[in-house]
Design a protein around this ligand. Structure first.
Ligand code: SIN
Ligand code: CO
Length: 382
């Protein structure tokens, strides 16, 4: 049985008391944890064009808390000072299978909330400074030691330094302090300030979760809804009587506008489709994952022992409480009349001929699988 990364706290208590509420330190969340990646391998990833990477220098050439964006060269690394900087590489789960496998430890949370697993490397005293994130994050110590200071919850109104483009807090009040060793993990809810400082060289894995801001929800849903609306649908006056004063916008007119917004919000299919599509958008939607070649006959290939794998960058979710049943893959709502197939696709279960037999027996199931293979969301493992 897989041990829980939440240790003694357990999933129920964690979700009830800590998730999105309070920080939590879990000593030996992954006992005996060994990093699947060395600092050199991490630096190697940061040389790649398609990989998102950053360097943060506490005492940069251009000023304090200098941000440099990758890709980098070996020469860039050779010129770095001995201490007080950090290399951050995003979405390593999409590039290193052993890192991707760590996601399974977080299956107590919906997979569609996961954003990426970022890895940071720092020499002694390195870090990204005191800050807060808008996202939930689990900070897993992978190698070496890091001192974490936890401060109060912040908002966008909390003062930040003006001498750097990074959002570094002007003041930091330490409320709690821990030194993490390999295998220890710290959970930080959105908004809670934190500051990690390497004690000797170290690597930290950040498991981050995505959540749309209210602004994104409003703008994005409204954009989608607007495309479907007839230009002829217009504001209509409420009954205009003699009680309206000159120049006054009467409350009844405002209620008419509110009704337009309420109708959009009450359209549960619109909201459901938008949310499913949004939460399954790939982190790097422009990265082409479509395969160069496809098997001529997918069913025959599976029957001959082939196994389909979910692409590490692909995201799957389903929604079935209301008709029609919806399957979301990589930001698209796909027609799917087979809830069992959708659930299978959204799970970690292997996709072999046995598991896919009922789906392959029906034309819509075969068509859906072929489409997902053609898109690259599923690929044919050798
Ligand atoms: C780090 O790994 O140094 C930064 C992670 C974080 O503070 O969110
Ligand atoms: Co952070």
């Amino acid at each position: 049985m897989k041990t829980s990364v939440l240790g003694e706290i357990g999933e129920r208590r964690f979700l009830r008391e800590y998730w999105q509420r309070k920080p939590l330190l879990i000593r030996q969340a992954l006992p005996g944890f060994q990093s699947p990646l060395t600092p050199d391998e991490l630096a190697g990833l940061a040389l790649e064009e398609e990989v998102e990477s950053r360097l943060v220098l506490e005492r940069g050439r251009k000023g304090p808390w200098e941000l440099r964006n990758g890709p980098f060269t070996a020469e860039d690394f050779a010129k770095l000072p001995k201490t007080r900087w950090s290399l951050l590489v995003q979405a390593v789960d999409q590039w290193v299978p052993e890192v991707h496998a760590l996601r399974a430890h977080f299956d107590f949370l919906p997979a569609w909330r996961f954003d990426d697993l970022m890895i940071s490397y720092a020499p002694d005293q390195g870090g990204v400074g005191p800050h807060f994130d808008h996202y939930d994050v689990f900070l897993l110590q992978a190698t070496g030691r890091r001192r974490w200071r936890i401060g109060p919850a912040c908002t966008d109104a909390t003062p930040v330094r003006t001498d750097t483009s990074l959002r570094i807090l002007e003041h930091f009040e330490t409320l709690e302090e821990f030194v993490l060793e390999p295998g220890d993990m710290l959970y930080i809810p959105p908004g809670v300030s934190h500051w990690g400082i390497a004690e000797g060289e170290c690597m930290t894995f950040s498991i981050g979760f995505r959540a749309p801001s209210h602004a994104e929800i409003l703008v994005d849903i409204a954009n989608g809804a607007a495309q479907r609306l007839d230009e002829g649908l217009r504001y209509m006056d409420p009954p205009l009587g003699s009680d309206v004063q000159e120049g006054e916008i009467p409350p009844a007119a405002l209620r008419r506008v509110q009704r337009v917004l309420q109708e959009m919000a009450a359209d549960s299919e619109l909201v459901r489709e938008w949310f499913g599509r949004y939460m399954t958008q790939r982190k790097y939607a422009d990265l082409d994952i479509t395969p160069e070649a496809l098997p001529d006959d997918l069913r025959a290939w599976l029957r001959a022992g082939g196994v389909l794998e979910r692409h590490p960058a692909s995201r799957f979710a389903w929604s079935g409480a209301e008709a029609p049943f919806m399957l979301f893959v990589d930001g698209e709502a796909l027609p799917c009349d087979d809830p069992a197939l959708a659930r299978l696709l959204c799970s970690r279960a292997p996709l072999d001929a046995r598991a896919l037999k009922p789906a392959l027996a029906r034309q819509p199931g075969r068509a859906l699988l072929e489409e997902l293979v053609a898109r690259g969301a599923l690929y044919c493992a050798d």
